[in-house]
Design a protein around this ligand. Structure first.
Ligand code: HH2
Length: 290
């Protein structure tokens, strides 16, 4: 049985997100034509805002608005286009719902504009690949997700190799935490994510999922994004990502049982039911064990 740490407060501007009491759901709003599972479904501002409002109603604890797909092979989106996609959506969502809104971007200029529009969190899949991202998070007191990726989306799935994937991913995240803190971002604003499917094959993803407890050592909240991903298709034989709900539920249940703080999901309605059950079973048991 895994032993959890104390509840953690994740500071995201004026929001204090309490982690550790239950599994928090980060609902995904992809304002893109080409995301791997819902590309094109929410490309115009109105439908993206409607989707964000729906996910909040369904029980999302926070939202993640993205304007650039990071699926394997994806091309980079020009900054102006990414701004046009995400900023109007963030601007409206923060007025219409009460849950914190984040922006999924690797570009500091997009992060800065989204924060000006009222976002509270920056989800950077490059973990500060552009060091300016640290200054953006520091200046605005924003929450910052540091995710592990090997290479970039264009090439990351070309024969990924590790000697020891869990140790290497954890050491990488520890060193990115160190760089963020050195650049003036308080640790309390940071959250880490091992980056399921980002430069990792099936065995790498499974090894990470088996060892989630070890990421607690980093003393930040831990986020996992397994929703609808390819490894779930590989394990279930389901080709269409939008049809991978049961497989996603399996992964989300596992994450909740391991004490992961946040799961990033497309299907909030269904995953809320999953974590309600698993949290009721696992959290008191873990507290007793701790
Ligand atoms: N996965 C995706 C995108 N952003 N951010 C974090 N922190 N963790 C993840 O696992 C993660 C992420 C990919 O999922 P999605 O946004 O649905 O697809 P796409 O990148 O094709 O838009």
């Amino acid at each position: 049985m895994l032993v959890m740490g104390e509840p953690l407060i994740w500071r995201c501007r004026d929001r204090e997100i309490v982690c550790g009491e239950r599994t928090l759901l980060m609902g995904i709003v992809n304002v893109t034509p080409d995301s791997f599972s819902d590309g094109g479904a929410f490309l115009d501002t109105d439908s993206a805002v409607d989707q964000g409002v729906r996910l909040a109603d369904e029980g999302a604890d926070l939202l993640d608005v993205g304007g650039e797909s990071t699926r394997p092979g994806a091309e980079e989106v020009p900054v102006g286009e990414e701004l046009d996609r995400v900023v109007p959506v963030v601007e409206r969502l923060v007025k219409e719902i009460d849950v914190p809104v984040g922006v999924d971007t690797r570009k500091p200029a997009v992060a800065r504009s989204a924060l000006e529009a009222g976002a509270a969190i920056v989800n950077d899949v490059t973990a500060g690949g552009d060091p300016e991202m640290f200054a953006v998070a520091r200046d605005d007191g924003a929450g910052l997700v540091l995710m592990h990726m090997r290479g970039d989306p264009k090439t990351m799935q070309e024969d990924p190799r590790y000697d020891d994937v869990v140790t290497q991913v954890r050491d990488y995240l520890a060193s990115r935490i160190g760089s963020a803190v050195a650049a003036g971002v308080p640790r309390a604003q940071l959250c880490v994510d091992p980056g399921i499917g980002f430069g990792k094959n099936l065995e790498h993803n499974l090894a990470i999922l088996r060892s989630l407890a070890s990421f607690r050592e980093l003393r930040t909240p831990v986020l996992v994004g397994a929703s609808r991903k390819r490894f779930i298709g590989q394990l279930t034989g389901v080709e269409d990502p939008a049809d991978r709900i049961e497989g996603t539920a399996g992964a989300v249940a596992w994450c909740a049982a391991q004490g992961v703080d946040l799961v990033r999901v497309h299907d909030v309605w269904q995953m809320r039911r999953v974590v309600n059950v698993v949290d009721a079973i696992a959290r008191p048991a873990r507290e007793a064990a701790g």
